[in-house]
Design a protein around this ligand. Structure first.
Ligand code: GDP
Length: 681
């Protein structure tokens, strides 16, 4: 007598396998039935188990059952197969080997489903491996693969989850491909003339609109050369965006134009740019700028480029070089033609007749329009009404706005457009894919959110004790200055974080706890409080609850509109060199209730002072959806008909800005005074 019923079952099954046709009773097709012949005890037990099973509705029963749902085609086919095999005398049913799609993590019940096994059996087999998991828990792919093998199926690893498979990844046929314009990024050292050059090319002037000299908003523009070639230029705020986009897998640049000033030479950022271009394997064209200057010496630039292993054509190399002046416009046409020529060599192609795929160049939370993303279409055509996923967000294209600010119905390959209709702000570098239904889009977005959460959790868990110890040791001697950063656009946020992370030495470093786009919220303040960190707002403001909570908890919120100032302050704070500074104190807030047009004065805001006081002599800022729209001074402050010096909280008043007119109902006016105080970050 065998030691246990289990063993008996295995032996009996083995015996039966040798003598087909002996075993009786109902059969299940999808697994080897553990029938216990030859041992009456075990048989009775198995019977009892069977009858117990009938009480429960498993997926198999539900699908196979006569009463409930219709049989699937596959089930009918299986039944026919079975009948045929029986007729041929081969009674023993073949176990069906399935290809099981296996994503990076899978929930146990889903795994059972895909193998068409009972979830309980899967849990059991996991327990045998020493893993105590329930049906609703997720397991990793490696474990799942072992289980799949154990059940005799085949695991097919899919790199991303099945939900992502709805994204059209079909390779385009050669005959569908059409030429597309090249996408050009201009890089180079600061002040060598990137913005001026781009500007000269666009024949518009954006340099004057910059705060603090850094290009803070990424755009992209299309221009047409004299010979008719269309070129797309990316206007990125320096190299960080280029790399961070590449890090996220969005290689959007086809050609890099390296700007070097002729009166200067190869500088650190020039080298950085060369390295970026080389790493991305993108061809380079050297634009030797400021050739109009008397001190210009283009040959010196060419020679110094040699040290970086960039051999220009004039030095018998293969990198095109063009002498230009952004100021006089000299050589610009040649530069454009050089780019067009390079593009021709690259033979850039795309298929405009397929669902669009693109990359986010910049995304922001826009006043009044909600989340807006500038997307560069890379393949296919993006149309109004298209449903898409982009990173962890999804949406339906409500409107498309091209680089000239015009509404368009569609955008083809290499065309940059602003996309409206997102449910949240994506990140620069996120890939946009058009899908068929809203449900799919939402599912993919949800899945990706979960995925990043899982990854983060897994990464946290993956740190070994040794690593933790090492880190703790290193941390002992390093004091950290934690900060929370919020900005108006993703590009700025990233630029700030990168700049901040560079600050520091052996004794002190800056740690960015969190950064994001949009108004400062209570949760930011909460986070800052927990780590005793200040919150930094770049062109954004705290909303009212966040402000209150910051006041209560004593969390400092600092506002900036120039990156350099911000970095300098943090640097000073980090190195303990806090000198006295002119600091802003908020003395009040007023809400615009109505806007009146007064001849001779312009727009006058009818306001209610909601907090503190409004003072005629103070500085004012206009906030719309917590984003700074304008900063200046007041032209008038009126209570009824009289000009007054001060209006206190709860009272109504009329205000007009000096040299500024675009005020709207619902805007908030922030009133501040400057005072010299000791810095205390
Ligand atoms: P970026 O920091 O690389 O974007 O450089 P900018 O475009 O802001 O230019 C820096 C400075 O160089 C500005 O003061 C420009 O007026 C000046 N500049 C740019 N291009 C030329 C040029 O071709 N000739 C001369 N003389 N000055 C230039």
């Amino acid at each position: 007598r065998p030691a246990s019923p289990d063993r008996a079952a295995i032996e009996a099954a083995a015996a039966r396998a040798e003598k087909p046709g002996v075993a009786a009773g109902p059969r299940r097709t999808d697994r080897v039935r553990r029938d216990v012949a030859g041992d009456s005890d075990a048989k009775a037990k198995a019977k009892a188990e069977d009858s117990r099973r009938t009480g429960r509705l498993s997926l198999n029963q539900a699908l196979d059952g006569e009463g409930g749902r219709q049989r699937s085609m596959a089930a009918m086919k299986r039944k026919q197969d079975r009948a045929r095999q029986k007729a041929m005398g081969n009674v023993r049913p073949e176990k069906q080997v399935r290809d099981v799609q296996l994503p990076e993590t899978i929930v146990v019940s889903e795994l059972a489903n895909r193998m068409a096994e009972r979830a309980a059996d899967v849990v059991k087999s996991l327990m045998k491996m020493g893993m105590m998991v329930s049906m609703n828990q997720a397991i990793d792919a490696d474990t799942a693969e072992l289980v799949i093998e154990e059940f005799g199926h085949k695991a097919v690893r899919v790199s991303d989850a099945d939900v992502e498979q709805v994204i059209d990844t079909v390779q385009d046929k050669a005959e569908d491909l059409l030429p597309r314009p090249p996408i050009v990024t201009i890089m180079g050292h600061v002040d060598h003339g990137k913005t001026s050059l781009l500007d000269a090319i666009r024949k518009a002037n954006v340099v004057s609109g910059e705060a603090g000299g850094i290009t803070q908003h990424i755009g992209a523009y299309q221009v047409k050369t004299d010979s008719g070639a269309v070129l797309t230029f990316l206007d990125t705020p320096g190299h960080a965006a280029f790399t961070s986009m590449r890090a996220r897998g969005a290689q959007v640049t086809d050609i890099v134009v390296l700007v070097v000033a002729a009166d200067d030479a190869v500088m650190p950022q020039t080298i950085e740019a060369i390295n970026h271009a080389k790493a991305a394997k993108v061809p380079m064209i050297v634009a030797i700028n400021k050739i109009d200057k008397p001190s210009a010496d283009p040959d010196r630039v060419r020679t110094s480029l040699l040290h970086q292993e960039v051999v220009v054509e004039k030095m018998s190399g293969d990198v095109q070089d063009v002498e230009v002046s952004a100021k006089t416009g000299q050589g610009l046409d040649e530069l454009l033609e050089a780019i067009a020529l390079q593009a021709e060599i690259l033979e850039l192609q795309a298929n405009p007749n397929r669902p669009a795929q693109g990359a986010v160049i910049e995304a922001k939370l826009d006043v009044g329009r909600g989340p807006v993303a500038t997307v560069l279409v890379q393949n296919g055509t993006l149309k109004r009404g298209d449903i898409f996923v982009v990173g962890e967000q999804w949406g339906k294209v409500r409107a498309l706005i091209n680089d000239k600010g015009e509404r368009v119905d569609e955008a083809g390959p290499s065309v940059p457009v602003e996309v409206l209709g997102l449910d949240g702000t994506p990140a620069a570098g996120d890939v946009l894919n058009v899908v068929e239904t809203e449900a799919q889009a939402r599912e993919i977005a949800d899945y990706r959110i979960q995925q990043t959460k899982d990854k983060r959790a897994a990464a946290g868990a993956a740190t070994t004790l040794e690593q933790l110890m090492a880190k703790a040791k290193a941390d002992e001697s390093v004091s950290e200055l934690p900060v929370v950063v919020k900005a108006d656009v993703q590009g700025s946020a990233e630029a700030i974080v990168q700049a901040l992370e560079k600050i520091g030495n052996e004794e002190v470093r800056v740690r960015v706890l969190h950064y994001g786009v949009g108004a400062i919220t209570e949760s930011d303040v909460g986070l800052a409080e927990a780590s005793k960190a200040p919150v930094i707002g770049f062109n954004v403001r705290a909303n009212a609850p966040a402000r209150n909570s910051a006041n209560q908890k004593g969390v400092e919120i600092r506002y900036y509109s120039i990156i350099y100032d911000l970095v300098d302050d943090i640097k000073a704070a980090a190195s303990g060199l806090l000198s006295n500074e002119v600091r802003e104190n908020f003395i009040g807030y007023a809400e615009i209730r109505e806007v009146f047009r007064v001849t001779g004065v312009g727009n006058v805001a009818g306001c209610l002072v909601t907090e503190g006081v409004a003072r005629r002599s103070a500085g004012v800022r206009l906030l719309r959806d917590n984003v700074v729209i304008h900063e200046g001074t007041l032209k008038t402050l009126k209570r009824f008909k009289d000009e007054v010096k001060e209006v206190i909280s709860g009272q109504e008043c009329g205000m007009a800005f000096e040299n500024y007119d675009d005020i709207r109902k619902g805007d908030i006016i922030e009133i501040f005074e400057r005072e010299e105080v000791e810095r205390s970050l």
